[in-house]
Ligand binder design. Structure first.
Ligand SMILES: O=C(O)c1ccc[n+]([C@@H]2O[C@H](COP(=O)([O-])O)[C@@H](O)[C@H]2O)c1
Ligand SMILES: Cc1cc2nc[nH]c2cc1C
Length: 521
């Protein structure tokens, strides 16, 4: 069990950390004096119960720390302060921990997936994004993943706190129901446009950078906007039964192999995210293996999917669990300080269900939405088009019921993406959409939570034809067009520096007055 204990100065974090490790036969306490390199210390002994107090001491180790934490097998409790300067480190470490606890005045609040009762009073917002967190289910571990008694935290006073720190599952019955989505702040958008006119450039000379700066300002509700410091990528992975029908250029085993590659930091998304300063986590929602890493599989719903050609990809209950999981992950990241979210996808065959979703929502024909995916040949293209045709026949019956549509023709990966994207909007957190697969989930998210699209921009245009239809349906114009068709969130992360630039322009450029430059005649 890996736990990040967050809170303000002298809030009771260290006492809580000690409580969490109480009863362990041996507890290793790492201090800066005894342990100059935290990453090395964690890697050298990943089994002994360990207390790290306090994360801020090792800021130089930040780059490799999330990986070392993710690989840690024993009980690990990391104490950190909930401050702006540590936001990125907290986010990165929190995203690989099983639990993040917030300590306020000596009491424990567990605002994310461990919540078993509706969150207590709104007087304890954990970030600027204070829309209510949804009651979400705890991850449903497979029997093999059930924590052994020795992994359960010892009973502590925390159990008397307003939100019990239990991991019992909530009923995900209402996972598909969303409160009304607020729009980004119009008045702030006006203020941002006015500010742009005062900056040392001809009006609109920075083109779409200006639109993006206005958009982020209005999402954050403040002008000039806050710098983007803690962007986070979640790659939702799943296999698809239809892949058995020869609809992909690659074998289905590649999905689990690529999940391991992403978890190890070797995929394109890891490389691009490192450059762009984003954290990456991969979640196995429905890969057709028993994932060796229970943390990656903590929200797993099932192995692969049923036959979308017959409208039986998964059950409604599975669709609800997946949507709830996506919502929980978005909540967890926003609560930990993420200021921009990106969904990615990994799943051999997933361009087939994505084309079915897009075709169903936009009313397009199979031959129009089908694409080459990973590079299918002509014979495969014919099989894929037939599968999409059959999927569309079933999907159309469910076109007015997004959850049923997900259950009939999609899968837990796409359902979790839809929950994640809609919840990001509910939490007033901007999103950069990726390619064809993620955008097909976005169509469903916007149906579940009408208006959510106002919180999203499109990172790029994939070469998949269905992507263009989905973007047009959402009214989004992509930032980049680089002939990419990888998925994983790669197109969105490639566009991230552009969005960050747009924000920096709003913050850092001198005005005509400040620089003594003559304004328009
Ligand atoms: O999102 C896209 O635009 C996109 C376009 C083509 C391929 N992909 C990726 O390729 C895989 C699916 O392709 P396929 O041919 O197996 O259906 C899956 O892992 C996706 O992430 C993704
Ligand atoms: C190798 C490989 C990597 C991928 N990443 C996303 N989709 C993918 C498909 C393949 C085949």
């Amino acid at each position: 069990m890996r736990t990040l204990v967050l809170g303000g100065a002298r809030a009771g974090k260290s006492a809580r950390a000690e409580q969490l490790l109480a009863g362990r036969p041996t507890v290793r306490r790492l201090s800066l004096e005894s342990t100059p390199n935290l990453v090395t210390a964690l890697r050298e002994d990943p089994d002994t119960a360990t207390l790290v107090d306090h994360l801020g001491h090792w800021s130089a180790d930040a780059a490799d720390l999330p990986d070392a934490v993710a690989q840690f097998r024993g009980d690990l409790v990391i104490v950190s302060t909930d401050t702006e300067s540590l936001a990125a480190a907290n986010l990165a470490v929190g995203s690989v921990c099983d639990d993040v606890e917030l300590i306020v005045a000596g009491r424990v609040f567990v605002p994310t997936e461990s919540v078993v009762a509706p969150a207590a009073p709104a007087e304890t917002p954990t970030s600027a994004n204070v829309a209510p967190t949804t009651p979400v289910p705890a991850p449903v571990p497979s029997p093999a993943e059930q924590p052994s008694p020795s992994e359960q935290p010892a009973p502590t006073e925390a159990s008397a706190s307003p939100v019990p720190a239990s991991s019992a599952a909530l009923d995900p019955t209402d996972a598909e129901l969303f409160d009304v989505i607020d729009l980004p702040d119009d008045d702030v958008a006006d203020a941002a446009r006015a500010r742009l006119l005062t900056l040392t450039k001809p009006p609109n000379a920075l083109g779409r950078l200006e639109d993006l700066g206005v958009w982020i300002s209005s999402c954050q509700g403040v002008c000039p906007p806050r710098r983007i410091t803690a962007p986070a990528v979640v790659v939702f992975a799943g296999d698809h039964g239809v892949a058995r029908e020869g609809v992909s250029a690659f074998p289905a085993e590649v999905t689990s192999q690529m999940v391991a590659n992403i978890a190890a930091g070797g995929a394109a998304i890891n490389v691009l995210a490192r450059r762009a300063g984003a954290s990456v986590q991969v979640l196995d929602m429905s890969v057709d293996t028993d994932d060796p890493d229970p943390h990656v599989a903590r929200y797993k719903v099932r192995r692969s999917t049923g036959d979308l050609r017959r409208g039986e990809a998964m059950t409604l209950a599975e669709a609800r669990r997946a949507v709830a999981a996506g919502r929980a992950v978005a909540d967890q990241l926003v609560d930990a300080g993420a200021d921009l979210l990106i969904a990615g996808d990994m799943g051999i065959g997933n361009t087939t269900p994505a084309a079915v979703l897009t075709g169903t929502v936009t009313g397009k024909e199979p031959v129009v939405v089908v694409g080459r995916g990973t590079g299918i040949d002509d014979a495969g293209w014919i099989r894929k088009t037939a599968a999409i045709r059959d999927g569309l026949r079933h999907g159309r019956r469910h076109r007015h019921d997004p959850l049923s549509l997900l259950a009939a023709v999609a899968g837990p990966d796409l359902a979790a993406m839809a929950g994640f994207l809609a919840q990001s909007a509910l939490r007033k957190t901007p999103v950069i959409l990726d390619g064809m697969v993620v955008t097909s989930a976005a169509l469903i998210a916007n149906a579940l939570a009408p208006g959510a699209v106002a919180w999203w921009c499109a990172g790029h245009r994939s070469t998949e034809p269905a992507h263009g239809f989905a973007l047009a349906e959402l009214g989004l114009e992509p930032i980049l067009e680089l002939s990419m068709r990888l998925g994983e969130g790669s197109g969105a992360v490639t566009a991230l520096p552009v969005v960050a630039d747009a924000v920096d322009i709003m913050i850092d450029m001198a005005t005509f007055g400040e620089a003594g430059v003559a304004d328009q005649a």
